[in-house]
Each structure stands twice: as structure tokens, then as C-alpha cells.
Design a protein around this ligand. Structure first.
Ligand SMILES: [Zn+2]
Length: 101
């Protein structure tokens, strides 16, 4: 039997009586592409080729600057509930601000 560990609280997930939740995070930088200014079909094909080429280039650069990120995390039921309530961790930041006062 495979044992899973929650990536948030590091507790072991007993899949016999607990549900294991998988969170997949896919972050990409939202750069505006000049393709939005396409006006006729011929340019569109040319732009598409350029776009495909630039996308390939961007992927290589992204590995260096980490403007994109893909992560896959196992969560126990409790952490899954917490994550749903607050996927961006905003409450934690607020709580920290309050405790400083
Ligand atoms: Zn957990």
C-alpha cells in the first residue's frame, strides 16, 4: 500500500479512511501578445507562426526566470478544507498584520 504525505501539514494520509486531495497549480505570466492586433488572415498565419516560435522561446526562458510554475501537491482532508477557504493565503497575511499591532 502506498503511503501519502500531506504537503501542507506533513501528516500521513491514510487513504483507507481518508480522501487524498490533489492540488495542481499552474502559474503563467500573462504577457500581452501582439497577436491581439491581427487584422487580416494572411497576417494571422504569419503571426501564428511567430507566436508559436516565441512561445517555444518563452518556455526556455521561463525555466530561468520562473515566470511560470507548475506544482502538484497532496492534501489531507483538513488541509484541503483550509485551502478551499483561503487558496491565496490571504487570512494568514492579515492575521500576521493584526498580531503585530
Ligand atoms: Zn494536511
Amino acid at each position: 500500500m502506498i503511503h501519502y504525505t500531506c504537503d501542507r501539514c506533513k501528516r500521513q494520509i491514510n487513504t483507507a479512511d481518508q480522501t487524498r486531495y490533489i492540488v495542481q497549480i499552474d502559474i503563467q505570466s500573462a504577457a500581452d501578445h501582439p497577436a491581439a492586433e491581427i487584422e487580416d488572415d494572411v497576417d494571422q498565419l504569419t503571426e501564428l507562426h511567430q507566436l508559436l516560435e516565441s512561445m517555444t522561446d518563452t518556455e526556455i526562458e521561463d525555466d530561468d526566470v520562473e515566470s511560470s510554475h507548475h506544482g502538484r501537491y497532496d492534501l489531507c482532508p483538513e488541509c484541503h478544507r483550509q485551502f478551499l477557504k483561503n487558496p491565496l493565503g490571504r487570512d494568514a497575511v492579515l492575521a500576521l498584520g493584526f498580531s503585530n499591532n
